[in-house]
Design a protein around this ligand. Structure first.
Ligand SMILES: CC(=O)N[C@H]1[C@@H](OP(=O)(O)OP(=O)(O)OC[C@H]2O[C@@H](n3ccc(=O)[nH]c3=O)[C@H](O)[C@@H]2O)O[C@H](CO)[C@@H](O)[C@@H]1O
Ligand SMILES: C=C(OP(=O)(O)O)C(=O)O
Length: 436
């Protein structure tokens, strides 16, 4: 279990280059299984979850060539389907959430897809019904081994159909789209998730020969084709990482420029941080955050009532940034309510912030009310353990702003989604040390 030792209270200064998006990379990597031709992917982040998925692909027989630091070529021309039944597959598949998206492409191309219950953050129930209901509608037979938590779908042929998803699941939509691209006839998916991750996946599939319309909306129409070919794809900058850097800059009163953010893909992220009173300027495709020497003030609603920040399926505000918004609010001028609607166990980490001196009331598992200190009182350094990826980065932000030296254990949770976070923080002046 790795640990960070952080000496807080230092302002940071400099440029940050965001990594490629974790959640997009996981979809795109699974899509390489849809063709026997080479697929080149650029801007691949060097993070635990992505590296685990690349390892899984290579165990499946996919040829993996590293072209440079963040560029890979994959060729799935000799996939070992027997590996899907092996103990190793059960162990490796459980290691991350993104592995669930292997099922759709395997089903589409080879008529069979299996997966153990995938890993990922323990942030509440994470059901997979949407995925499997979609495959069943396309004509697949479903089986589930309850003892081993092992899911399977099989089909001699998939046939296009209309489906209304029971929820706009991000990985569920990606999985169903990848299954449908080579189904016979037309598939329409309503209540589809439409995050930039999904849009990027669909655009890549179109370049591979798929016929998809409605990209970016919640109604996708897919006309099945008989096969797909190779392509080259570039992963967008990670919008969750960009939001994390914005929060970190404000709370440590640091002057930071986040370079090449693909601003037009950030949706509500900039305006949500602005509602906390944080100044961020768009400069070309960069985001400049000045040092907030006089703090930042939370805006109320027009009628004077207290601001609520809550998550919603895209283009709503992403749930993956709520923990970061929460920690940043602990030093704001004013109060707000955080309402985490999607996940029921994602706010419990506020106990650690309360220990550090933050004024937070956890109203119930989904809602926390935060009363900002306006920097009149610093958070106190402490020892903590990172429970999940976004709580982990939030605790790291708290530690960087706190007085004294903090310790964060279980930093693998942070490493699974943030590339060389300590190295990049050091480059802009943070006092952080990794102990493995
Ligand atoms: C690898 C990956 O890409 N992970 C992301 C993906 O996970 P993942 O695809 O697993 O998440 P889903 O979109 O399936 O659902 C997330 C949670 O929200 C609930 N839900 C979802 C849609 C909806 O309309 N109503 C609703 O309540 C689900 O029941 C579930 O509890 O999307 C989540 C939601 O943006 C993100 O937090 C994860 O980082
Ligand atoms: C919840 C997250 O990831 P995963 O779905 O991989 O657990 C996240 O990225 O915030």
């Amino acid at each position: 279990m790795g640990t960070f030792i952080i000496e807080g209270g230092h302002a940071l200064k400099g440029d940050i280059h965001p990594q490629g998006a974790k959640n997009e990379a996981l979809q795109i990597l699974c899509a390489v299984l849809l063709t026997s031709d080479p697929v080149t992917i650029n801007n691949v982040p060097d993070i635990i979850d992505v590296n685990k998925l690349i390892d899984l692909l290579s165990h499946l027989g996919v040829k993996v060539t590293k072209n440079g630091t963040s560029s890979y070529t994959f060729q799935a021309d000799n996939v070992d389907l027997d590996f899907l039944q092996s103990e190793d597959y059960k162990i490796l598949g459980r290691g991350l959430r993104g592995s669930i998206m292997l099922v759709g492409p395997l089903l589409a191309r080879f008529g069979q897809g299996f997966i153990p219950r995938p890993g990922g953050d323990k942030i509440g129930r994470r059901r997979l019904d949407t995925h499997f209901e979609g495959f069943i509608k396309l004509g697949a037979k479903f089986r589930y081994n309850k003892e081993e938590y092992f899911y399977g779908v099989e089909a001699e042929e998939l046939t296009g159909t209309h489906m209304l998803l029971d929820e706009a699941s991000v990985t569920g939509t990606a999985n169903i789209v990848m299954a449908a691209v080579m189904a016979k006839g037309i598939t329409t998916i309503y209540n589809a998730a439409c995050e930039p991750y999904l849009q990027q996946l669909c655009k890549m599939l179109v370049r591979m020969g798929a016929k998809i319309s409605g990209i970016g909306s919640n109604l996708l129409t897919i006309e099945g084709v008989s096969e797909l070919g190779g392509t080259e794809h570039r992963i967008l900058p990670d919008m969750i990482e960009i939001g994390s850097w914005i929060g970190l800059a404000a709370m440590t009163k640091s002057e930071v420029t986040i370079k090449n953010v693909a601003y037009d893909e950030l949706g509500l992220i900039p305006s949500t941080f602005r509602k906390l009173g944080i100044t961020l300027e768009r400069r070309g495709d960069d985001v400049y955050i000045p040092a907030h020497k006089d703090g930042y003030e939370i805006q109320n609603y027009i009628d004077g009532s207290i601001l609520t920040i809550s998550d919603a399926p895209w283009p709503g505000f992403t749930p993956d940034l709520l923990s970061i918004v929460l920690v940043v609010a602990t030093q704001a001028r004013g109060s707000l309510l955080i309402h985490q609607k999607m996940f029921e166990s994602r706010l419990f980490f506020v106990d650690k912030l309360i220990d550090m001196g933050a004024k937070i009331i956890l109203c119930d598992p989904h809602r926390a009310s935060v009363i900002g200190h306006d920097f009149q009182s610093s958070l106190k350094a402490t020892t903590m353990t990172s429970p999940d990826i976004r709580a982990g980065i939030s605790l790291l932000i708290a530690a960087l702003s706190a007085k004294g030296t903090s310790t964060i254990h279980n930093i693998e949770q942070i490493d699974r989604g943030y590339q060389n976070i300590d190295g990049r923080l050091k480059q802009i002046g943070a006092h952080i040390q990794r102990i493995s």
